[in-house]
Design a protein around this ligand. Structure first.
Ligand code: CMC
Length: 434
């Protein structure tokens, strides 16, 4: 923070107000406008929070112009190359890299809390078989609040940590069971001796009647994907978790709200939409340019899914890493012709778009979702599970951001204002006279 100020002069009244200019460790300086309404009687207007920092945070840094992403100061490239998802979880929630012993203890703690309360199983069967697994996940995660009263004092840091561990541990079980239920397959219980990702794959694919050994290549690729999705500062779902949690709602309800926000195709739902788009391109027999032209046409609602980002005006660093994993996985595995064809189409589409003036001018680059769906398909994960896995990975980010908010003694309930544009002072007309 700094002693600098910015002076705002109200041209209509000549009144002046000096507002503090806050300096982050890195990134644009930020004007503290919290006194503006008191001083000048004005609100600020910023739909979609394009120029507004909604909070101060020390968890994740990203520079969209340069394509930089860091968790607790560590570049994502280093974490992807050398760390593991559970180590990244420890880093995010504890604000430091663990010692060997701390990591072993943490892994033990997480792998031993993967079971769900038996009564929760009945929640799954209340859904239709064709329910989207994201709908099931929103419901079941919200319902966790009814099961863990024992550690739900949100003002107690120890309770917050226990909740974080519970959510990280139970999310793969909820995710896999959402899928199993839709497939009409029996629920597979977690196996504590397996790694986090092996256990998830086991719960997804094994059958009680057959021996199943998770493919280590897939488990490793999935671990990397989880690392890349673990946090992304104040995106729509994280801001939703913070806003829901700001009323002191229970953390499971707040995270369920985040899952709901993630579901949309403009956010986490984009990975599913990318595959649908690539399939449509392949099936249509039309040129890639014709799809790019549609994306440019303002009278057509079609957008290139997996392209563009509110913050990244450069190649999304996560997309760069995922693109490499995607190639490796399709080379190393027995991938089908269809998966290879989707990857080829994605790469060709990327090339056409990146050379097109419209995309160049608007700095529209592939984002994290452009290649992740192809990896999921290669893993045999059905399309409607893509966003569920995103939610599983992002849970650590949500709960860390929620805990950071509550640990700030000055935190307030989130309550934006509005620019009212409706009618005023109308006279009520009784129904018989309308
Ligand atoms: N295809 C065609 N045009 C686009 C696209 C796209 N994918 N994305 C942005 N634009 C255009 C947009 O029409 C606008 O043009 P103009 O200036 O002429 O009005 C300009 O680029 C700026 O776009 P915007 O909609 O103002 O940007 P935004 O920051 O509000 O939206 C976005 C960001 C991610 C919602 C948007 O780029 C988009 O809809 N992309 C496709 C969906 C997608 O891939 N979402 C995943 C996001 S990354 C995963 C995550 O973190 O959730």
């Amino acid at each position: 923070m700094s002693d600098e100020t910015v002076t705002i002069i109200d041209d209509t009244t000549g009144k002046k107000v000096q507002l503090p200019l806050l300096s982050p460790t890195r990134g644009p300086k930020t004007i503290d406008i919290s006194a503006l309404y008191k001083e000048l009687g004005y609100f600020t207007f910023d739909p979609g929070f394009v120029s507004t920092a909604s909070c101060a945070s020390s968890i994740t840094f990203l520079d969209g112009e340069k394509g930089v992403l860091q968790y607790r100061g560590y570049p994502i490239e280093q974490l992807a190359a050398q760390s593991s998802y559970l180590e990244v979880c420890f880093l995010l929630i504890n604000d430091k890299l663990p010692s060997r012993q701390e990591l072993d203890d943490f892994e033990y703690e997480i792998t031993n809390h993967t079971m769900l309360h038996e009564a929760l199983k009945r929640f799954f069967s209340g859904f239709r078989r064709d329910a989207h697994p994201m709908a099931i996940m929103v419901g079941v995660v919200g319902a966790l609040g009814a099961f863990y009263h024992d550690h739900m004092d949100i003002h107690n840091p120890e309770h917050r940590m226990i909740t974080a561990h519970r959510l990280i541990a139970k999310m793969p079980t909820i995710a896999a069971w959402s899928y199993r239920y839709a497939m009409g397959k029996p629920f597979i219980y977690p196996v504590n001796s397996m790694s986090y990702t092996e256990n998830f794959l086991n719960m997804m694919y094994s059958m009680p009647s057959e021996k199943y050994t998770p493919n280590p290549l897939l488990a490793k690729a999935l671990d990397l994907i989880l690392i890349l999705h673990a946090d992304h500062e104040q995106n729509a779902s994280t801001s939703t978790v913070r806003l829901a949690g700001s009323s002191d709602a229970n953390p499971f309800a707040a995270v369920a709200a985040g899952i709901a926000a993630l579901w949309g195709p403009a956010h986490g739902g984009a990975n599913e939409a990318v595959i649908r788009m690539l399939m449509e391109i392949n099936e249509s027999g039309k040129s890639l340019q014709s799809f790019v032209d549609r994306a440019k046409d303002k009278d057509d609602s079609f957008r290139l899914m997996g392209f563009g980002h509110r913050v990244y005006k450069n190649y999304d660093p996560r997309a760069k890493l995922i693109r490499v994993i995607c190639h490796q996985l399709l080379n190393d595995m027995e991938s089908t012709g269809e998966q290879k064809k989707l990857l080829e189409t994605a790469m060709a589409l990327e090339k056409v778009a990146l050379e097109d003036g419209y995309f160049v001018k608007r700095n529209l680059y592939p984002n994290v979702d452009f290649y992740s769906g192809i990896i999921f398909l290669a893993m045999g994960i059905p399309m409607n599970m893509f966003t569920v896995i995103f939610a599983m990975a992002r849970t650590v980010g949500w709960i860390t951001q929620w805990a950071e908010m509550l640990s700030d003694d000055n935190h307030k309930i989130g309550r934006p204002r509005q620019l009212y544009t409706g009618p005023i002072d109308l006279e009520y007309v009784p129904i018989e006279k309308r």
